[in-house]
Design a protein around this ligand. Structure first.
Ligand SMILES: [Zn+2]
Length: 384
């Protein structure tokens, strides 16, 4: 016997009193079949409802051939009259996000003719895949239109047309449908065959925000949030923007300009620092005797590229150049260079004696070393 479904009679029903028809032992515990239920099973891109049956947490809700199975940990005997309560906050959020998806997908279809080919409501955001390319401008326009549709507070209509009536309706559907088709219509915006649960009027969605978009399988993947998720996204981004605004002492509207200016200043300073660093290193290189066998130097530099440049300069005067940047506490970044000796061999000896990693070629090795300056110097003193 198929389960009666209260969630189609009234999508806002949060509680139910009903009888257990069957309780079947399953992998996660017991699958409970009820006479009637307000628990929506996973399907149509909408996750299963959460909630409780007689105080027991419902772990999953699935539908197979019209029968709805509620998974719980402990057995509830057949014949028991139970109280079922759905997690309303969770469900309402799904209804808001699901209905928002209809409006957005309906607009994409109406304006650009692209189809929704994939839909998923995740924990943080919903993902919608379309079979056509949408630009940043298209998406901005769609977001504005979706929010306008929400503000118009349109009634969401649900009906089951006859086969003849259905033939005359231009509705969206991911697959060919047989039998009774459930149509969900947001007047002016969308007509779609769908088995999910939606809000009664679009105003209940609150608002939508597109988080990101990217090319996907020749089309576009959209990440979107609606309802409280969109409000929190706005709240979090506002806090971030305020923090940056305080740090830079500029109004929020000017923060990106201020960051760009700061970045430019940072690049100029970095360029000057590199120049000064190079000059300083060249001076050190001048003090090294031409034809030295090995030269081991410790010098704090700003990045590994500069350290490599330093080692290269030294290598023109010595058979082996070993340079180290850092300190005993954080460890040292090192470069070993030679045109005459095998640096891979030296790296092996270094690894055997000290705590280090690194890699490279016969001519050059780069890596990190955790030993102290004293230990490193002692190693090279013995190295011939
Ligand atoms: Zn739907």
């Amino acid at each position: 016997m198929k389960t009666d479904v209260a969630y189609y009679r009234d999508g806002y029903q949060r509680e139910i009193q009903t009888k257990v028809i069957e309780c079947i032992k399953s992998k996660k515990g017991y699958d409970v079949v009820l006479e009637d239920t307000c628990f929506y099973p996973e399907g149509g891109g909408q996750p299963a409802d959460k909630g409780k049956l007689n105080g027991q947490e419902v772990l999953d809700v699935q539908q197979r051939e019209g029968i709805i199975y509620h998974t719980v940990k402990n057995e509830i005997l057949a014949g028991t009259v139970i109280k079922g309560e759905i997690d309303w906050e969770y469900r309402f959020d799904l209804m808001q996000n699901h209905t928002a998806e209809h409006i957005f997908s309906g607009l994409v279809y109406k304006i650009y003719g692209f189809h929704n080919i994939g839909f998923h409501i995740g924990k943080e955001f919903i993902t919608i895949d379309f079979d056509g390319k949408l630009s940043e401008h298209n998406i901005l326009k769609l977001e504005i239109f979706t929010n306008k549709a929400i503000m118009k507070n349109k009634e969401v209509k649900i009906y089951y047309p006859t086969k003849e009536e259905l033939e005359k309706i231009d509705y969206r559907s991911k697959k060919e449908l047989e039998g009774i088709v459930r149509i969900v219509e947001v007047p002016e915006y969308d007509i779609c065959a769908c088995c999910g649960i939606h809000v009664k009027s679009t105003g209940e969605i609150g608002c939508v925000k597109i988080l990101s978009y990217e090319p996907y399988k020749g089309g576009t993947r959209i990440r979107m949030v609606a309802g409280e998720r969109a409000l929190f996204d706005y709240y979090n981004k506002s806090v971030e923007a305020q923090n940056i605004s305080h740090m830079l002492s500029v109004p929020v509207k000017d923060i990106s300009k201020a960051v760009a200016k700061l970045k430019k200043e940072r690049d100029t300073l970095q360029y000057q620092l590199n120049l000064l660093e190079k000059q300083k290193l060249e001076k050190i290189v001048e003090t090294v005797e031409q034809g030295s066998k090995k030269v081991v130097l410790f010098e704090k530099v700003s990045n590994s590229k500069t350290l490599q440049h330093f080692a290269n300069l030294l290598c023109q005067k010595a058979d082996v150049a070993a340079v180290f940047s850092g300190d005993d506490k954080i460890g040292y970044t090192y470069v070993l260079i030679s045109q005459k000796e095998d640096m891979k061999e030296l790296r092996q000896k270094l690894s055997a004696a000290l705590q280090c990693n690194g890699g490279g070629t016969k001519e050059m090795i780069q890596g990190k070393i955790q030993s102290s300056k004293k230990e490193i110097e002692a190693f090279f003193k013995n190295y011939e």
